[in-house]
Design a protein. Structure first.
Length: 349
């Protein structure tokens, strides 16, 4: 589907900061797929990427230098260029009246900034935020809260524990390229030194049991994000979430093994029906003859995919499941776009 460029004052003028990155490029694909009507599209990046041609919806755009852009020319700006860029440039955009949807962790825990997953807490968008910023959650937080919200309403939730298996694309193009290059080198010579800038130790044919900075309590920043962001989105300040976040040699597609303890016994049939009724969720009710649910066999990249749903044999209040998502879409770009769709529907843009 092509992207309609229209002369309509009701259509938004859009800026995409980080347009040459993995999330920014995926956002452009989502905008095209959804056939969004817009008046202007500004693709922005650092000076070293400025001037690069990017084809979107059959039209060629030139990437502009972020430092030279006047944000008064955009109604909404998506930021996906890292938290340092957001810290510097989001206040500039807001000062020009631009509404920002930020995909970094720069503002997620700010009290005056709504942290939004539209399928869960769209009510946060009932009014345009005074701060001028809406935060897009972490790529694992988004599917996690979409599962937990309705389970908590039905059975109550005492505790959530998860292990994540996160793809190289979580570190953007550089992560993907490093994994591919290291894999090529390792196949040629297993003893050859591997590139290890995006991931240390090298990720090729390996798993790395930490993502992000290790904090004083032994948990990583990534693991703390899952706890803090889930509590904020679900408005459950006492929610107990513990995680072990692992990087795996997969190009794209995050997976997670969830263990959820509820306050009351859970019926598996009812649980599968409940999860399958959620918007943009596919439940794979595994049989012995069915293919395993993996990032390589994901199916619809715009859906959250759930499988291996089991009730603990020793505790009927506890269930386990396997979760797989396209982290660049469901875990980032699509959620950000759906925030904008909600804002347009509520006439805040």
């Amino acid at each position: 589907m092509s992207m309609p460029l229209v002369d309509d004052p009701r259509a938004p003028r859009i800026a995409v900061v980080g347009a040459t990155g993995a999330v920014g490029g995926t956002l452009l694909d989502v905008i095209e797929d959804r056939g969004l009507r817009y008046r202007a599209l500004h693709l922005l990046a650092s000076a070293r990427s400025a001037g690069r041609p990017v084809r979107v919806g059959g039209r060629e755009f030139r990437v502009g230098d972020l430092a030279g852009f006047h944000f008064g020319d955009a109604d909404v700006a998506f930021f996906s260029a890292g938290h340092a860029v957001s810290r510097t440039w989001v206040p500039v955009a807001v000062a020009h009246g631009t509404l920002v949807i930020d995909n970094t962790f720069a503002f997620r825990m700010s009290a005056d900034v709504p942290l939004v997953v539209p399928q869960v807490n769209a009510a946060e968008l009932a009014r345009r935020p005074a701060a001028g910023v809406i935060a897009n959650p972490n790529s694992v937080t988004i599917p996690l809260v979409r599962v937990v919200r309705d389970v908590e309403r039905r059975w109550g939730v005492r505790q959530v524990s998860l292990s994540t298996y996160q793809a190289a694309s979580g570190s953007g193009h550089s992560g993907i390229e490093e994994l591919q290059e290291a894999s090529r080198l390792a196949l040629q010579d297993p003893q050859a030194p591997m590139p290890a800038e995006a991931f240390s130790p090298a990720l090729a044919f390996n798993v790395v049991p930490r993502i992000g900075q290790v904090l004083a309590d032994g948990f990583t920043l990534q693991e703390h994000k899952l706890l803090q962001e889930s509590r904020k989105i679900l408005d459950l300040p006492g929610l107990d979430v513990t995680a072990t976040c692992v990087r795996v040699p997969v190009v794209n597609g995050h997976s997670a093994a969830l263990w959820v303890e509820c306050l009351r016994p859970v019926d598996r049939t009812e649980l599968c029906k409940l999860l399958g009724s959620l918007p943009e969720v596919t439940v794979h009710d595994d049989g012995l003859d069915e293919d395993a649910l993996t990032p390589a066999t994901l199916g619809d990249p715009n859906h959250l995919h759930l499988g291996r749903i089991r009730i603990s044999p020793g505790n009927p209040n506890t269930f386990l499941l396997w979760l797989v998502t396209d982290n660049l879409r469901v875990g980032a770009a699509l959620n950000a776009f759906q925030i904008m769709e909600e804002l347009i529907a509520r006439e805040h843009l």
